[in-house]
Ligand binder design. Sequence first.
Ligand code: ADP
Ligand code: ZN
Length: 210
Amino acid sequence: MNLIFLGAPGSGKGTQAEQVEKKFGIPAVSTGNMLREAVKNQTEAGLRAKSFMDAGDLVPDEVVIGILKDRIAEDDAKKGFILDGFPRTVQQAEALERMGVNIDKVINIHVEDEKITARMSGRRVCEDCGASYHIDYKPTKSDGVCDSCNGKAVLRDDDKPETVLFRLKTYHEKTAPLIDFYDKRGKLITVQGQEEIKDTTKLTFEAIEK
Ligand code: ADP
Ligand code: ZN
C-alpha cells in the first residue's frame, strides 16, 4: 500500500503519518525530516536546501526528488510507504508518476489557515530523531525531551510566526493544486482535521480502510 499525505504545514499530516506507520507497519517517509537530517549532516543536498528551508520556501524539485527516489528504493519501502510532505508541487507529482510509482490513496488533511497559525507556535520536533510533538495536543513526557530517544524537542526555526505565514502562502500557491490533481485521478480522500489528534487518527484510519 502506497499512500500520500497532503495538507498545509501544521495540518498534522506528519503526526498522522506516524500513526499510520505504527498501525500498518509501512514506513512514513518525511521529506522535511530527511532534509533537516541532510542539513545537519551537511551533505551536498543539505547544503543546497538550507537557505530555502530557513526562509520557509520550497527546496528545488531536483534536490527533493533525488532524496525521495533513493529513499523509496530502500528495502523497507518495498511493501509500501507513506509519503509525508512529498509531492509538494505538480512537477514533483509528475516526477513520481514517471518513476512508475503506483499510489493507492491520497489523504488530504484539511485545516483552516487560522487554526494552523495558532497551532504552529506550540509545535516541537526532536533534533535527533525527528519525532513531532505539541505542547498542548501531544506533549513530551518530560519537558523538552523526546520520548523515544531523549533528544531535545525544540521549536523549529521555520515555525516562527513570520515564516509560518510565508509557508502557508507557498502551500496555497504550489501544493494545494495537488488536491485537484489527485481528485481527477480518483485517489483523493479528504479528512477534516479535528481538535484532538486521536479523533483525526480515527478518521484517517477509516479513510485508509474504506
Ligand atoms: P511542514 O509540512 O510542517 O511545513 P516539513 O517538515 O514537511 O514541514 O517541511 C519543512 C521544509 O522542508 C519545507 O518548508 C520546505 O522548505 C522543505 N521541504 C520538505 N518537503 C519538500 C518538498 N517535497 N519539496 C520542496 N521542499 C520541501
Ligand atoms: Zn527523538
